[in-house]
Design a binder for this molecule. Structure first.
Ligand code: 48N
Length: 320
């Protein structure tokens, strides 16, 4: 368990963006250039440093499997690297640099539905006070009064992704799918069959998509005392944990996302982000499938602030 909160809470108000001050450059044997400027105009003599294919393989696989071994016992697992999952990861990684945070993303490309603003238009709208999160991570916007506009949704998502990946206590496992939840019996007076979530069951996404046409391809596991599920409301894997809770009788039925109502949807999603069953916090648009909240359509402030709230719900568990 992590040391008491007081030791290392990092307030969000000081946007200390983790930027590498200039990478150390080990000298290469035959005096390669160290700057782009030195290369320009010298292409005749240009060549890359020597390499053997196995060096590349070892550089990738040694790191990946070290990470997999390190994070097989995580403090927190976040399912889904969309705008809500990444916002959750940012807040947790920044305020608790001692917690190991694993993000499991089914797509090769993280980011979920936040690469475009709506109907393939590029600008992204966030209603105030979500502009505070944009200032926190350092994304410029145009202030339109009650809302702000980021010139391209990819600027928000790429900036947030880069901030999250720069934290040393975060590991993103993309192209990896959560196929199930690890559970432990946690009977209550109301429900003797109640469980608590204690981690996730994973597989390569491409494997998950072919269980029907290949022989058994068993999964892997990651243990964690708390899981945050932000798998969105649609798509082939949408609302994964909400649906799984229903099929394991931990939720009676899906609430079913309601029609689009921007004014009610965003407040509801942020306010209701919570620990739905012990050990499992659900946020973002997946929550609309649990509670039957309305959808908000092409505005993303609730995703960022649901992530802020989800992080707060997680820290309650660590501060118990
Ligand atoms: O972007 P999404 O789908 O989900 P959120 O909640 O982060 O953001 C939702 C937002 O993009 C909207 O839908 C906007 C606001 N529109 C609302 C509206 O009314 O239409 O990201 C979910 C991520 C995706 O990247 C999926 O690939 C991933 O979760 N995912 C999974 N990753 C691993 N294992 C799984 N089982 C899984 N299921 C989904």
């Amino acid at each position: 368990m992590s040391p008491p909160a007081a030791i290392h809470d990092t307030p969000l108000s000081t946007p200390s963006i983790p930027v590498t001050k200039g990478m150390s450059v080990k000298p290469v044997a035959n005096g390669h250039p160290n700057t782009v400027a030195e290369m320009q105009g010298n292409w005749e003599t240009f060549s890359f440093a020597p390499i053997r294919e196995s060096q590349v393989s070892r550089a990738m696989t040694s790191r990946y499997f070290t990470d997999l071994t390190t994070y097989t016992e995580s403090d927190i697992v976040i399912i889904g690297a969309g705008s809500c999952g990444l916002s959750t990861a940012y807040v947790l990684a920044k305020t608790r640099p001692f917690l190991k945070i694993a993000i499991i993303e089914a797509g090769v490309a993280p980011g979920g539905g936040a690469w475009l603003g709506g109907q393939l238009f590029s600008a992204m709208v966030m209603r105030k006070p979500a502009d505070a999160f944009l200032r926190e991570i350092g994304v410029e916007y145009v202030d339109e009064g009650d809302f702000v506009v980021v010139k391209h949704a990819a600027l928000f998502t790429a900036t947030l992704l880069s901030r999250v990946l720069a934290f040393p206590n975060v590991k993103l496992f993309n192209a990896t799918c959560v196929e199930d939840l690890i559970t432990r019996p946690a009977p209550t007076e109301e429900d003797p069959h109640a469980v608590r979530v204690a981690g996730v069951v994973t597989n390569w996404t491409l494997v998950s998509m072919h269980h029907d046409d290949q022989s058994c391809m068993d999964p892997n596991t990651i243990n964690a005392p708390i899981v945050v599920s932000t798998t969105g409301h649609d798509g082939p894997f949408g609302a994964f944990s909400a649906k799984r809770l229903v099929s394991m009788q931990q939720l009676e039925k899906l609430g079913g996302m309601r029609g689009l109502d921007m004014r009610s949807a965003e407040d509801a999603i942020v306010k209701r982000t919570r620990e739905v069953v012990k050990g499992l916090v659900i946020g973002g648009m997946e929550l609309s499938e649990v509670d039957g909240a309305n959808r908000m359509g092409p505005t993303f402030g609730a995703m960022a602030l649901s992530g802020v709230k989800a992080a707060e719900e997680v820290l309650k568990v660590f501060d118990e």
